[in-house]
Design a protein around this ligand. Structure first.
Ligand code: ZN
Length: 330
């Protein structure tokens, strides 16, 4: 039996939590973003996500009272058995290492997508869609107005923005999450021949990307002593408070987010421009996923509840997963 316990998916038979926000004995972690990855006694995940978590989790030295996290790593498409169930991780195309979870049992095939995207990426494993009976999918951009431009269009606009800023003697700053979005931005801007300086948290994640075989352009980690202001800055939104040395310079700032499609998004983020570079599936991609997976039931979380009604109008059996729901498939 699958159930939702304390807002997390819990698989009762194999005693496995899924992306739980509370520390558990054994938990599957779909990817390294902080809203999915917590330290558990045993973390079940892909090798690339394990590499990211080893860097991201707070240093053990600060918590000597707690036992170190044990990583149970499973490569994509290498299934393992537990009791009467077979488990397989496969790529979600969201950030490096991001996985979807397929659970097969007597009653059929269940897929938990976690965060995913179908659009091509320069820095993430290509996504996969597997046919299934029931899918539990995120629907962050589950409204029809969210149709992202092509990656080429976005890349062209980002590079033009950066070049114009540099030519005007200003510093272009791109705000991007340190895991995933920042590396994609670096790859795009690097391909355009722009020189990059990044925040140390982005440097830390980029080192993991390189160690795991993802090619990134040359860049410098920000150094107060040497930063001259003639390069493109990539900075995490959480570290938005820029160092005084940068703030003294004339800046042109932009944020990279799917919410860029909302009117006035740049005002909301306090920046000059917003570019719709997203790690999530846009509305057509959500529908495309359902078409390819062809499930008899779609369960939704992390997104717009009205996506349920849109799917039902298309003849798709869909339900938004409430906190106390039980999934009696298995
Ligand atoms: Zn994520």
């Amino acid at each position: 039996m699958f159930r939702l316990r304390e807002k997390s998916l819990y698989l009762e038979g194999p005693d496995l939590w899924v992306d739980s926000m509370r520390s558990r004995e054994r938990c599957y972690v779909s990817h390294g973003h902080a809203d999915h990855a917590r330290e558990h006694r045993t973390v079940v995940t892909s090798p690339n996500t394990a590499a990211i978590c080893r860097v991201r989790f707070p240093r053990r030295a600060k918590r000597p009272d707690r036992a170190p996290v044990v990583f149970e790593e499973h490569a994509f498409n290498e299934p393992w058995e537990e009791g009467r169930h077979r488990f397989t991780l496969f790529s979600a195309g969201h950030v490096l290492g991001s996985a979807q979870l397929l659970v097969e049992g007597e009653a059929g095939r269940f897929v938990y997508t976690g965060d995913f995207k179908l659009a091509p990426s320069l820095t993430t494993e290509a996504p996969e869609v597997k046919p299934c009976d029931v899918v539990l999918m995120e629907c962050t951009f589950g409204r029809p107005q969210y149709v992202f431009p092509t990656r080429e269009e976005i890349a062209g606009e980002m590079a033009a923005f950066a070049r114009a800023a540099l030519e005007a003697g200003t510093v272009p700053v791109f705000y991007a999450y340190s895991l995933g979005k920042a590396q994609e931005a670096m790859a795009i801007l690097g391909q355009a021949g722009l020189e990059l300086t990044v925040h140390h948290s982005i440097d830390a994640m980029s080192r993991v990307y390189r160690e795991r075989g993802i090619g990134l352009p040359a860049y410098e980690a920000y150094d107060e002593a040497t930063f001259a202001g003639d390069r493109v800055l990539v900075w995490p939104p959480s570290g938005k408070e820029l160092p005084a040395r940068i703030r003294k310079k004339p800046l042109r700032s932009a944020v990279l987010t799917g919410w860029a499609l909302d009117r006035g998004a740049h005002y909301r983020y306090g920046v000059e421009r917003a570019f719709a570079l997203s790690d999530h599936a846009d509305y057509p991609s959500l529908l495309r996923y359902i078409e390819l997976a062809a499930p008899r039931k779609v369960l939704l979380n992390h997104g717009w509840r009205d996506f349920v009604h849109r799917l039902r109008r298309l003849g798709i059996d869909a339900e938004y997963l409430e906190d106390h729901a039980q999934l009696s498939l298995f």
